[in-house]
Design a protein around this ligand. Structure first.
Ligand SMILES: Nc1ncnc2c1ncn2[C@@H]1O[C@H](COP(=O)(O)OP(=O)(O)OP(=O)(O)O)[C@@H](O)[C@H]1O
Ligand SMILES: [Mg+2]
Length: 272
């Protein structure tokens, strides 16, 4: 099959982190909503196969998940559900085996269906689990852009560096951006970014770009408890404003996806 002559396709952004609980899923869900408001067709793919929870943040109870898709009981398109704010969600499957543990047949079936989604979206956000499992790596390598989320905590910072190191070893040319979440102000975000980037330059010879910051905002946990994405629950709160800025920066690049599609790269991975 010739996959090199594909028509325009979605830009793929994989959201990941070293440490868990730094805000990946909240960033992914709320970013999906802001990008949708800006007129983009957005699909959020919950690829956190351990503790998937984008559906919980949106108060959705999906009848089909990635597990059903892998088992061949649903197509990916059928498993996709409309989420609050108008984006489409491919619900993750808590407890589903790592992608790497799937049979070759199961993986290729999934990859083929991803291809269909690519043709029907402008941006695909992939929310992953923390750390560098084979599953996370496969989605990181497939992306046009990697959004590494960290907080100012020293452990999160060290783990963010570890993720960048592993991924750049695997694929040098990855477009990596750092998002610093739960900061007290813009200045703290910059400071943490500068610190991580200095180490990346020195030891890895790569310079991640700055995606921006999201302030620590009590409205976020409040919205989580209410199972409402915070940009819908409190559109004017500080964290929502930060997500809006992130969406605008990201949207500027949305129309120019580069390189081979997710499908194409994952085929290489499946047969690798
Ligand atoms: N900007 C913020 N301000 C305040 N609290 C936040 C912020 N971002 C995230 N949180 C809190 O951190 C918690 C964890 O967020 P989230 O589930 O999005 O992290 P995660 O990185 O996806 O976690 P996991 O690694 O388990 O997938 C949330 O329940 C929320 O209360
Ligand atoms: Mg998460």
């Amino acid at each position: 099959m010739d996959t090199t002559t594909e028509a325009r396709r979605a830009r793929i952004v994989t959201v990941t982190s070293g440490k868990g609980g730094v805000g990946k899923s909240n960033v992914a869900v709320n970013l999906a909503i802001r990008l949708t408001e800006m007129g983009r067709r957005v699909v959020l793919f919950d690829a956190d196969l351990g503790t998937a929870n984008a559906d919980v943040l949106c108060n959705l109870t999906p009848s089909a998940t990635l597990a059903h898709v892998v088992a061949g009981r649903y197509s990916l398109a059928d498993a996709m559900i409309d989420a609050p704010g108008g984006f489409r969600l491919v619900p993750g499957a808590s407890g589903l085996a790592q992608m790497a543990a799937l049979s070759e047949f199961e993986r290729s079936r999934l990859v083929e269906q991803l291809h269909q989604i690519e043709a029907d979206a402008d941006i695909i956000l992939i929310d992953t689990g923390a750390g560098v499992s084979p599953n996370v790596l496969s989605f990181a390598v497939a992306a046009d852009q990697l959004l590494v989320v960290t907080t100012p905590e020293p452990t999160a910072v060290t783990d963010a560096y570890a993720v960048i190191k592993t991924i750049t070893r695997r694929r040098e040319a990855t477009d990596i951006r750092l998002l610093v979440n739960m900061v007290k102000d813009a200045q703290e975000g910059r400071l943490i970014y500068d610190r991580i980037t200095a180490v990346c330059r020195k030891f890895l010879n790569v310079s991640p770009r700055y995606a921006g910051h999201v302030v620590s905002d009590p409205r976020v946990p409040q919205a989580v408890r209410r199972r409402r994405p915070f940009v819908l629950d409190h559109p004017g709160c500080e964290a929502s404003v930060c997500i809006g800025q992130l969406a605008h920066r990201m949207d500027r690049h949305a129309a120019d996806p580069s390189g081979a599609g997710l499908f194409h790269r994952m085929v290489a991975w499946v047969s690798g």
